[in-house]
Write a protein that binds this ligand. Sequence first.
Ligand SMILES: [Fe+2]
Ligand SMILES: [Fe+2]
Length: 187
Amino acid sequence: MSENKTVSFTAMKNGTVEDYKIIAANDDETAKELPDKLIGHLKEMAKDDGAYKISRLDHVLQCATRAHRDGADADWIIAGLFHDIGDVLAPYTHGQVAAEIIRPFVKEEVAWVVRNHGSFQMFYNKSLSEEARNTRDKFKDHKFYQLAVDFCEKWDQNSFDPNYKTETLDFFIPLIREVFTRIPFSQ
Ligand SMILES: [Fe+2]
Ligand SMILES: [Fe+2]
């Protein structure tokens, strides 16, 4: 935990260099707590009472397990674990929220796929119009289009199966700690 130092100012424009050093040190400590906070949020997803056959936590664990068993690297497994993390607070923009959480720590294409996976998942929803189901077509010339198609087809759309032998959250915790303590990419 951070030392209990506080700044001298009540308005940022009056802050001293020393004040901003205190804030930077505090921010560093907060960043170190990120893996535990994310793990805590995944655990919250177990409480979900949605309409699927499995919880949101089991869905993302299953998605990550499939990625792992397909030999995908750490970044893609993290995509599996965290692609739906924004679901509760941002039901209309959850991909963007999830992408921004992982973006400083993963490859560009992984953050892009997470950001846009919602558009690609619509393809599987038979209640939608043909046009809506093909929303992903707006990205068809994008260099990461096929990666998103594959992410959804192989790992996301099929990970609602209560009979699939999914790894536990504990299995993925060392990987979560490794990725979210990487030196973040510049913003
Ligand atoms: Fe999603
Ligand atoms: Fe998902």
